[in-house]
Design a protein around this ligand. Structure first.
Ligand SMILES: [Zn+2]
Length: 332
């Protein structure tokens, strides 16, 4: 079982290999997941531990395909994993986030019946996931994550969220949209995020409105039309998609209301589980990880929730309609 002492992990399969690539003090608020796009655990650790000017990146932890965890820096100092990034109006996530790298070759390309990484190594079809990245590009081959790697990642995420009271578990692709594609569609990020934030594997991630009245709009900006009356404080929402400043949500209660709200005026709903249940037995964990894994089964088109597809096809309304319906009386 993983444990934390002085911002360092202990437990079976954990080792410390300090990187020189660290910054100032860190009080983490987020956790950002990455793939290494590397050949194996050792080569990725070597590269992340290479001092400037040859090296220019680091992270707190690298998780191998066999579940080994190498910690490169304590969680109390900054590492260099996010680069130019933003989330919820915060720029430069390295100053606010723990970085976890997963040993994975990333996006592959097909040569005949072989799937080849950018560094030339070929992977068999059983290690390949055919999936479209939610940011576009159509179905492509991606290196699959191993089950034990996903289970270890989940265990670590749960520990870190609980220890540091983290607000969210994000992908590099979320905070560097258009620039980064990791951890990519082969990783069950939605399921891991929901589980790590304590809202249960099968439950939808619930949020609540914190403003007294919150506008719900047809797109992710204040220029989009409002959709019906503003949502009163305490309204429960299911977050379907999170963007930098806006979230695509469904209003709980069977009304079928769905739209975009500003992240500034929503918060995670109180945890339904009691504190004593936070640490689950290993057997339950691996079951849920296996279920999480099944959402990205090898060489099958990845299924995306319908709502996510709808979100990408939202059209900007005509300017005149926008002005007429823009409301100043509610937040967002
Ligand atoms: Zn990354």
């Amino acid at each position: 079982m993983l444990k934390l002492k002085d911002h360092r992990l202990t437990g079976t399969g954990v080792s410390q290999q300090p990187t020189p690539n660290t910054g100032g003090a860190l009080r983490p608020r987020f956790l950002i997941l990455h793939y290494t796009a590397g050949r194996d655990l050792e080569s990725s650790v070597r590269s992340l531990n290479t001092r400037k000017p040859q090296g220019n990146a680091s992270a707190h932890v690298v998780i191998g395909r066999d579940g080994r965890i190498v910690q490169l820096a304590p969680f109390s100092v900054q590492t260099w994993h996010a680069g130019v990034s933003q989330w919820n109006g915060i720029n430069g996530l390295n100053a606010h986030a723990i970085g976890i790298e997963l040993d994975n070759a990333g996006r592959l390309h097909q040569e005949g019946d072989r799937f080849v990484a950018w560094f030339g190594k070929a992977y068999p079809p059983r290690e390949v996931v055919q999936a479209a990245h939610p940011h576009g590009g159509g179905p492509q081959p991606w290196h699959a994550y191993s089950e034990v790697q996903i289970a270890r990642t989940l265990e670590l995420c749960e520990l870190l969220v609980a220890q540091y009271g983290l607000q969210d578990v994000l992908g590099h692709e979320d905070v560097a949209r258009g620039r980064k594609t990791d951890p990519g569609p082969a990783f069950p990020l939605t399921a891991v995020r929901a589980r790590a934030l304590g809202r249960g594997m099968d439950a939808d991630p619930r949020w609540v409105v914190t403003a007294s009245r919150l506008n719900i709009r047809s797109g992710p900006a204040a220029s989009f039309d409002t959709l019906g009356p503003a949502l009163p404080k305490g309204t429960e929402l299911i977050r379907l998609e999170a963007q930098d400043r806006w979230s695509h949500v469904e209003v709980v209660g069977g009304t079928d209301r769905e739209g975009w709200v500003s992240n500034d005026f929503i918060a995670p709903a109180p945890r339904p589980r009691s504190a004593g249940e936070t640490v689950l037995p290993r057997s339950q964990r691996s079951t849920s990880a296996a279920r999480a894994r099944s959402r990205a089964a090898p060489v099958q088109p990845a299924k995306r929730p319908v709502s996510r597809r709808k979100a990408t096809s939202i059209q900007l309304p005509p300017k005149s309609a926008t002005r007429r319906t823009a409301s100043k009386s509610a937040a967002g």
